[in-house]
Design a protein around this ligand. Sequence first.
Ligand SMILES: [Zn+2]
Length: 71
Amino acid sequence: MTSDSHSNHFSTNASVPVKLVRCPNCAGDSVYAASNPYRPFCSAYCKNSDFVAWANEDFRVPEKPSTDIEE
Ligand SMILES: [Zn+2]
């Protein structure tokens, strides 16, 4: 097992300060820097997911129970 070098690639370069924030979509680590065009999201996937989420929220029609009750 010599594949340890593949993990934690964010924190290996200790000389480069990287600000990490929490991704609003997946709550994972997100690089808050110019190198991350999707900030504060961690990836394009999360950014799009969030957009779809609020878009659905915006277009969602509240379901009302049928009120035509005849008595
Ligand atoms: Zn994310």
